[in-house]
Design a binder for this molecule. Structure first.
Ligand code: GAL
Length: 413
């Protein structure tokens, strides 16, 4: 009898304890936008670069276009934790005034601040990782005013740092999620295990975005091998996982990696890269040196009409509709029954695109939306040119340079 009573009390208690284990909701209802230091600076990042980048976010119209998070990637720490407190120590040369000063500066510009660490015993750059210190580090980040944590996956194997087991990805990221929640400061949680453990299957309740691939490199279609790891060009990343668009959406995004726009691509490839990331509803984290950005690149990454495709509130990842005569055609359903269509010249030569809209019935089975060309005509807006471009009653005729793109917003007339 007493046992039954105790059980009843225990279960009543369990029910009354609030569920604390969750991620902060509502932080990424559209794909997060910002800048991350890694693609240009690798571990060679410092306070001056971060502050100058924050200044230029305002001056160059990046903040106005929607970019918000300034994220310091790997390389910001000393090689060891503080032996007394076991806290992470900002590198004294790179961040002589500590991290909070930098975060405060970023906040003073009306922007948000992000930082990097790793679920393993070390970061990929060999700095102290978080394994075993999750609650400790999360509390530290909250005190510094961190709004975004990118959490990597190096040194997670057995034997690392005396741990004799291989870390489990869902468990490791969930543990850090809980630590962030307990620390009490809302942070976007960027899962970065390169797609190895299919984060799209378990990530929605854990983080706000998850990398789907290994690192991006600035090439169109190559894979660069570095022995144990590889970098991937644009199309290998885009094509890597076929059926994951259904897992991406408001609050939890497939992350196609930081942008390489402005990092050595031709102007045509810069355009295609940027437009494709928008068609895919990927987070838009600039990865170039903002201080050296040329004017065409600035115009491209602040093109609000293209960004609006990425930031569409339905958050539907676009899909490859077809490949026609050397053109890859991508479609993204948008709010308000509108659509985006992008045509990419995949060939090595300038090519003529002649596209008869009405000839190709278009349906997105994922969201059960179709276009009935016979019943509806759509006005076309050329988003890169910022021009109205007729409507879908007539075929589209365009010359398109090699590796270039045209992208339209379709609105029913
Ligand atoms: C990689 C990650 C990169 C960058 C780098 C830092 O694992 O994919 O985006 O963060 O580590 O060492």
């Amino acid at each position: 009898m007493r046992m039954i009573k105790n059980l009843a009390i225990a279960s009543a208690l369990a029910l009354s304890i609030p569920a604390t284990a969750q991620k902060f909701e509502g932080l990424a209802m559209t794909p997060p936008m910002g800048w991350n230091s890694w693609n240009t600076f690798a571990c060679d990042i410092n306070e001056t670069v971060v502050k100058e980048t924050a200044d230029l976010f305002i001056k160059l119209g990046l903040k106005d276009a929607g970019y918000e998070y300034i994220v310091i990637d790997d390389g910001w720490m000393e090689m060891e934790r503080d032996p007394e407190t076991l806290l992470l120590v900002p590198n004294k040369q790179k961040f002589p005034n500590g991290i909070k000063t930098v975060a405060d500066y970023v906040h003073s510009k009306g922007l948000k601040f992000g930082i990097y660490n790793c679920a393993g015993t070390k970061t990929c750059g060999g700095y102290p990782g978080t394994r075993g210190y999750e609650y400790h580090d999360a509390r530290q980040y909250a005190q510094w005013g961190v709004d975004f944590l990118k959490f990597d996956w190096c040194y997670t194997g057995s034997g690392n740092g005396g741990f004799n087991y291989q870390q489990d990805a869902p468990a490791s990221y969930t543990l850090m999620r809980d630590a962030i929640y307990a620390a009490g400061r809302p942070m976007i949680f960027n899962i970065c295990e390169w797609g190895d453990n299919k984060p799209w299957l378990w990530g929605a309740n854990v983080g706000h975005m998850w990398r789907i691939s290994g690192d991006i490199g600035h090439c169109w279609d190559c894979e660069m091998s570095f022995g144990t790891w590889s970098k991937f060009g644009l199309w290998p990343i885009i094509n890597m996982h076929k059926d994951i668009r259904k897992y991406s959406g408001p609050g939890h995004w497939n992350d196609f990696d930081m942008l390489e726009v402005g990092n050595g691509f031709s102007p045509t490839e810069n355009r295609t890269h940027f437009v494709m990331w928008c068609m895919l509803a990927s987070p838009l984290m600039l990865g170039n040196d903002i201080r050296k950005m040329d004017e065409p690149t600035r115009q491209l990454v602040t093109n609000k009409e293209v960004i609006a495709i990425d930031q569409d509130k339905l958050g539907i990842q676009g899909f490859r509709f077809m490949n026609l005569d050397g053109f890859d055609i991508w479609v993204k359903p948008l709010d308000n029954n509108e659509w985006a269509f992008a045509f990419v010249n995949m060939t090595e030569q300038k090519r003529h695109l002649s596209y008869d809209w009405a000839k190709y019935y278009c349906k997105d089975g994922l969201v059960d939306r179709e276009i009935q060309w016979g019943k509806q005509t759509f006005a076309l807006r050329d988003l890169l040119a910022h021009k109205d471009a007729g409507d879908t009653s007539k075929p589209l005729d365009r010359d398109i340079e090699a590796h270039d793109v045209v992208v339209f917003r379709l609105k029913a007339k």
